[in-house]
Design a protein around this ligand. Structure first.
Ligand code: HEC
Length: 455
């Protein structure tokens, strides 16, 4: 959140210049029950409620009043609700972006003295389910509980969640549910698929490694987790099957699209279970993974490729980010066949400043993919298009990232700044990464008409 601070002053000055505010659409008096609560309940309370991911609630009049000035500020700066992608570049499902009028309501409510309004006008709070965000799962697999001691700093864990099933089966959705939403920041998880006779037990080895405390290489870490087959070879890995960020639901695709084949023996590999810092209280987190089975085999399984660090196309010119420098990198990949793009996941760490990706068609026309003008390490969504985007064969997908390794970057983990590299795919937040994950289907005519929106 801090990083927006340095743009604040410019924004404030601009605001003063254009401050000939027209109040045309605004009510004479803005009240909590009539105007503010509807905006909060639609855009904020999914995280800002007692059981939510944010540390304070905005459900009641007293709470909203207490944070009225802060709310006015964070909405005007578009820091909240968190949605780093520029909605004017491309739009995605589940996007939470306030319109200008909502922002003015927060402002005018403060000016009007934060009145309560008629009690009977208060809308009811949306229903927030707890064990699952999307339905009744068929199976629940626990993640090994983890104790965060009091006053601990951010933790990045590599976690194995093993499972055995009576048969090979299919799943439509795999959903991660945090135990304690206010400490689980995000998860990116793959699935390890064993051939039945190659692994005696999936439950051997450690289940949780702390990537910052551990200097192990990824391969050593995999060994400690007991991931290899009994003969030392590696099982197959299906990428990005389970992802979580506060406020985001497990992705359900239309029938016949997506879905997973679950092996009898397997494990979820949470590459990056990010726990936030704790206050003066220790916290035990027991998260779990929900599986929704389906009899329908995934006849159009989701595929993916990844540009950049450890991907199909290298980072150019390189990932040596010198101290006190702002550095731009690229990764470019020409796709051999037509694809229908489903989701995008840009990934950088703490030095990230901005990110942009687009496809250059053979005829030189550009297809916009995503633009993140102010990189925010905390909000690394998997962005799902409202409708699949067709990218024709021979197009070059270009991802551009800018890193700020100066003292201007308030998220810079080193003071004074020092040389930062990607260490060949280290997952530590203090090393860097440049990755762009694209999930897609082989293109079929008409794909661009299919809605992926859940509403
Ligand atoms: C996807 C989850 C999510 C949504 C949606 C969301 N917030 Fe937040 N908000 C957070 C988190 C996480 C923080 C960080 C502080 C914390 O952990 O409590 C935060 C912080 C804030 C802060 C404090 C800023 C600071 O500098 O610490 C304010 C004020 C705020 N949010 C208001 C809002 C308002 C108003 C909305 C809706 C218009 C909203 N938020 C929507 C998750 C969310």
């Amino acid at each position: 959140m801090h990083k927006q601070v340095n743009t604040i002053y410019t924004a404030l000055i601009l605001l003063l210049l254009v401050s000939c505010n027209d109040a045309a659409d605004l009510p004479a008096t803005v009240t909590f029950t009539e105007h503010i609560a509807p905006v909060l309940y639609n855009n904020c309370t999914i995280c800002h409620r007692p059981e939510g991911s944010a540390h304070f609630s905005l459900v009641s009049y007293q709470e909203a009043k207490k944070y009225a000035a802060a709310n006015e500020y964070v909405t005007r700066q578009r820091i909240m609700p968190p949605w780093p992608a520029d909605p004017h570049y491309t739009e995605f499902t589940g996007q939470r972006v306030l319109d200008d009028n909502d922002i003015k309501l927060f402002e005018k409510w403060v000016k009007d003295g934060t009145p309560m309004g008629p009690e009977e006008m208060l809308p009811s709070l949306p229903n927030y389910p707890s064990g699952s965000d999307i339905g009744n799962p068929d199976m629940r697999i626990p993640v090994q509980p983890y104790l965060l001691s009091a006053n601990s700093l951010d933790k990045f864990l590599l976690v194995k969640v093993p499972f055995e099933l009576p048969n090979d089966t299919f799943a439509s959705v795999i959903e991660f549910i945090p135990g304690r939403r206010n400490v689980v920041h995000h998860v990116n998880g793959d699935m390890v698929k064993y051939e039945f006779d190659k692994k005696k037990t999936v439950f051997e080895g450690e289940q949780i490694l702390d990537m910052a405390a551990d200097t192990a290489t990824l391969l050593q870490a995999y060994q400690r987790l007991g991931l290899p087959n009994d003969d030392g070879t590696y099982p197959t890995l299906q990428k990005s099957v389970v992802n979580y960020l506060p406020g985001v639901y497990g992705q359900i695709y239309p029938q016949g699209i997506g879905g997973y084949k679950l092996p009898r023996k397997g494990a979820f590999l949470l590459n990056d279970l990010h726990y936030g810092f704790t206050n003066n209280e220790s916290i035990m987190d027991s998260s779990f993974i929900n599986i929704f089975f389906t009899p329908v085999p995934p006849n159009r399984p989701v595929k993916e490729f990844q540009l950049g660090t450890l991907g199909v196309a290298p980072v150019e010119p390189d990932m040596l980010i010198q101290p006190n420098k702002v550095k731009k990198v690229y990764s470019r990949y020409t796709i051999p066949a037509d694809i229908s793009v489903l989701t995008l996941n840009p990934h950088m760490h703490l030095l990230g400043k901005s990110f942009k990706a687009y496809a250059l068609q053979p005829n030189r026309d550009t297809i916009r993919l995503i633009s993140i003008p102010n990189w925010d390490f905390n909000w690394q969504y998997f962005y799902t298009f409202k409708k699949m985007v067709h990218v024709p064969a021979g197009s070059t997908i270009v991802a551009e990232g800018v890193y700020d390794n100066t003292t201007q970057n308030l998220n810079n983990p080193f003071s004074p700044p020092k040389l930062v590299t990607d260490q060949n795919g280290s997952m530590k937040a203090t090393d860097e990464m440049f990755q762009f994950i694209v999930t897609y289907l082989p293109y079929l005519p008409g794909d661009e008409l299919i809605s992926l929106d859940r509403n």
